[in-house]
Design a protein around this ligand. Structure first.
Ligand code: CO
Ligand code: CO
Ligand code: CO
Length: 359
């Protein structure tokens, strides 16, 4: 991080931070309800479209080659412009990794206000460029508009073999669930924005948000897994629900095994919950069940919107150990088995959280 730009606090210039700025899942559903949505199912090259709430679209352009396309942009989640750019790019690239793909090219999306020095924007773009380069992809250009609230992000194109696409619909009963990054970025960012914590307490969260899901995705591709998504704005519950619903299964998640960033539970106790956390809870709660004694703190945690979160992977039980080993070998942040996949039970519930005993 560069110190000289700390005069400008990017996070004070927007009302919502990072993926917490996402248009609520309920709002989006209402918009879609007004549309005549017809996926081009007649196109034999369409592999993944908008119909299944997946991370990215996939379109076959040759028998052994499919394009993955995705876009993500948001308001500043940290004050440092370079770090903001790096996180925004990491987050956008993540959707290609969640589909089991390799990023190829990127286009910048910039909403810049006129009041700031050009150096600030140069650093945002540099942070993004460096991350795209680290991912092995190429920035081709971008588009910039004037906007009072700064936003930055990237549209990414990647590729994958059509038979190797990882969707959120492949989870099978008997699978084990693995999460590759700790959760809590929404709470931490809210605490920082409200001056409850300082920059030093952001370190773990910043490291996590700017770590590519490349290694985790490559490990999953090597071992062979049934389903994969990344945990972002809709929180652990929202993205778990998308996997469970698309796969028609129940997910059972042990809260005692869930990796959580340092200080997050204490901050939730101080009511440090982003607006997006409440939106997520309102929308997804009906599909979630808490078994036994689960604290209000943990209940809030599972709806916390994540920015650039880890991969949630559903892997056959017999391969789980090999995958954890592969993830550890590739030095992913904190990969952990957090639960299991069960056959879909009767009723509305798709996700069960419980506090399992430590082994
Ligand atoms: Co995603
Ligand atoms: Co995304
Ligand atoms: Co996916």
């Amino acid at each position: 991080m560069k110190e000289e730009n700390n005069k400008v606090r990017l996070t004070t210039m927007s009302t919502k931070a990072g993926c917490a700025a996402k248009f609520g899942p309920g709002n989006l559903a209402k918009v879609m309800a007004h549309m005549n949505l017809q996926e081009r199912k007649d196109d034999p090259n369409l592999i993944v479209g908008f119909g299944t709430c997946d991370d990215a679209g996939v379109y076959k352009i040759a028998p052994d080659y499919a394009l993955i396309q995705t876009v993500d942009f948001f308001t500043p989640i940290v004050d440092d412009p370079y770090t903001f750019g790096a996180i925004a790019a990491t987050n956008a690239l993540s959707d290609v990794y969640a589909m089991g793909g390799t990023p190829l090219t990127a286009l910048n999306i910039c909403c810049f206000s006129t009041g700031l020095e050009p150096e600030v924007y140069a650093e945002i773009l540099q942070g993004g460029l460096d991350k795209v380069t680290e991912a092995g992809a190429v920035v081709l250009g971008g588009h910039t508009v004037t906007d009072n609230e700064i936003k930055f992000g990237v549209s990414v194109t990647g590729y994958v073999h059509p038979d190797k696409v990882l969707t959120n619909g492949g989870a099978r009963p008997g699978d084990v669930l693995i999460l590759t990054k700790p959760i809590g970025t929404g709470v931490i960012s809210t605490a920082f924005k409200n001056n409850i914590i300082g920059e030093a307490e952001m370190t773990e969260s910043i490291t996590s948000m700017s770590t590519l899901n490349k290694a985790a995705s490559e490990a999953a591709q090597k071992i062979g897994v049934n389903a994969c998504t990344d945990v972002t704005g809709f929180g652990l519950s929202g993205h778990s629900y998308e996997v469970a619903a698309a796969s028609n299964v129940n997910l059972r998640i042990n809260l005692s095994e869930l990796p959580v960033m340092t200080g997050v539970l204490e901050l939730i106790e101080k009511d440090c919950i982003p607006g997006g956390g409440y939106n997520n809870r309102n929308h997804y709660e009906k599909w979630v069940e808490f078994e036994g004694d689960v604290s209000e703190t943990k209940k809030a945690l599972v709806f916390d919107p994540q920015t650039s979160g880890g991969l949630l992977i559903s892997v056959p039980k017999e391969k789980a150990e090999a995958l954890v080993e592969e993830l550890t070998k590739r030095k992913t942040l904190r990969s952990q088995i957090i639960g299991e996949v069960l056959p879909k039970a009767e009723g509305d519930k798709y996700i069960t959280y419980y506090e399992g005993k430590a082994e």
